[in-house]
Design a protein around this ligand. Structure first.
Ligand SMILES: Cc1cc2nc3c(=O)[nH]c(=O)nc-3n(C[C@H](O)[C@H](O)[C@H](O)COP(=O)(O)OP(=O)(O)OC[C@H]3O[C@@H](n4cnc5c(N)ncnc54)[C@H](O)[C@@H]3O)c2cc1C
Length: 290
């Protein structure tokens, strides 16, 4: 089913993001965790496309499995990195032929350690907008999602530039947006207001990641440049050597964050699960999502 058809049935969606397991042990672990997560009956799930296109075949196998063997509404991520126009259309057509209709189209990040940042392929796409527009033109009957950044994409000169580019991306054919994770809900609501003012009308689903280990703090902040509310940060710092206390602080924070988002009108939650189930299951059950 297309994500837009799910929107017609559900005022709020609850979805999970996975990445393809890197080896056999990780695959077993993933199997156990996804077993717990699918009991929650998510509205849809999505599978990332590894940096630099590194997980291409594993992403494709996993979306095929989740959609056609497990029967989940599944979104395949795809990026511009390393993709010529013809290669991208060949890939998306092959997924379309397997019944996949939902694509999360991103510019993508280069491989970790790459010195030069994003470099478009010869005869490829310079940004996600070009990929979205080309896909709209060449792939029939599909539903397209795009990424959005409440705290501004790190390469953008400012928020105004970023939101104008986002408007172009939506105009090129995005049906919905999912945000980078954030911890300060006001940033999300201000961003949604700015998006509405500029004429973006599609759903903007907040992406949430439970921060439940002290070691995640630096990584998450570097990845998204997300601001962390001072009281939460203090709690993490105070308990940095007590992993159970950090877990509890992170869970309490994530539950309050999701409650607040939903109460103030967010159209659901997209959980970055990191292929683990415990935190997401606990949050989901506490929210009593049906
Ligand atoms: C929900 C979500 C899922 C993700 N999944 C993946 C994944 O599976 N694999 C992966 O590798 N990465 C993933 N990412 C990360 C993403 O690829 C990076 O954040 C990347 O740097 C930007 O991707 P984008 O699609 O948002 O880019 P774009 O929309 O292309 O924007 C990138 C930058 O270019 C600027 N820009 C856009 N259009 C123009 C234009 N016409 N002229 C000038 N500047 C322009 C934007 O303002 C922005 O600064 C995900 C991000 C999100 C939010």
């Amino acid at each position: 089913m297309k994500i837009t058809d799910i929107f017609k049935q559900k005022e709020k969606t609850f979805s999970f993001e996975f990445y393809p397991p890197k080896d056999e042990i990780a695959a077993v672990d993933f199997g156990i965790n996804i077993g717990q997560l699918i009991k929650l009956d998510p509205s849809f799930v999505s599978v990332t496309y590894g940096a630099g296109g590194s997980t291409r075949s594993r992403t494709f196998d996993l979306v095929d499995y989740l959609k056609n063997r497990i029967g989940l509404n599944t979104v395949a991520h795809y990026t511009c990195v390393g993709s010529t126009k013809s290669k991208a259309m060949e890939d998306l057509r092959s997924l379309r032929a397997k019944g996949l209709q939902n694509f999360m189209l991103l510019r993508g990040d280069p491989e970790i350690g790459s010195k030069y940042g994003f470099i478009p392929c010869y005869d490829g796409f310079a940004n996600a907008t070009e990929l979205v527009s080309y896909t709209r033109e060449h792939i029939e009957d599909c539903c397209i999602g795009g990424g959005a950044y409440p705290e501004v994409h790190p390469e953008s000169v400012d928020a105004e530039f970023d939101i104008r580019n986002l408007k172009k991306k939506v105009d090129a054919g995005c049906d919905f947006l999912i945000t980078q994770f954030f911890f300060d809900n006001q940033r999300y609501f201000d961003f949604v207001d700015r998006a509405r003012e500029i004429g973006i009308t599609c759903r903007i689903i907040p992406g949430i990641i439970p921060l439940i280990k002290y070691s995640q703090l630096e990584r998450f902040v570097n990845l998204s440049r997300a601001s962390i509310p001072a009281r939460f940060l203090q709690k993490l710092e105070d308990n940095r050597y007590n992993s159970e206390a950090v877990y509890k602080a992170g869970m309490d924070f994530a539950i309050d964050q999701c409650r607040d988002l939903l109460a103030r009108g967010a159209p659901g939650i997209h959980f970055y699960t990191l292929n683990k189930s415990r935190a997401t299951v606990e949050i989901y059950r506490t929210l009593k999502v049906r």
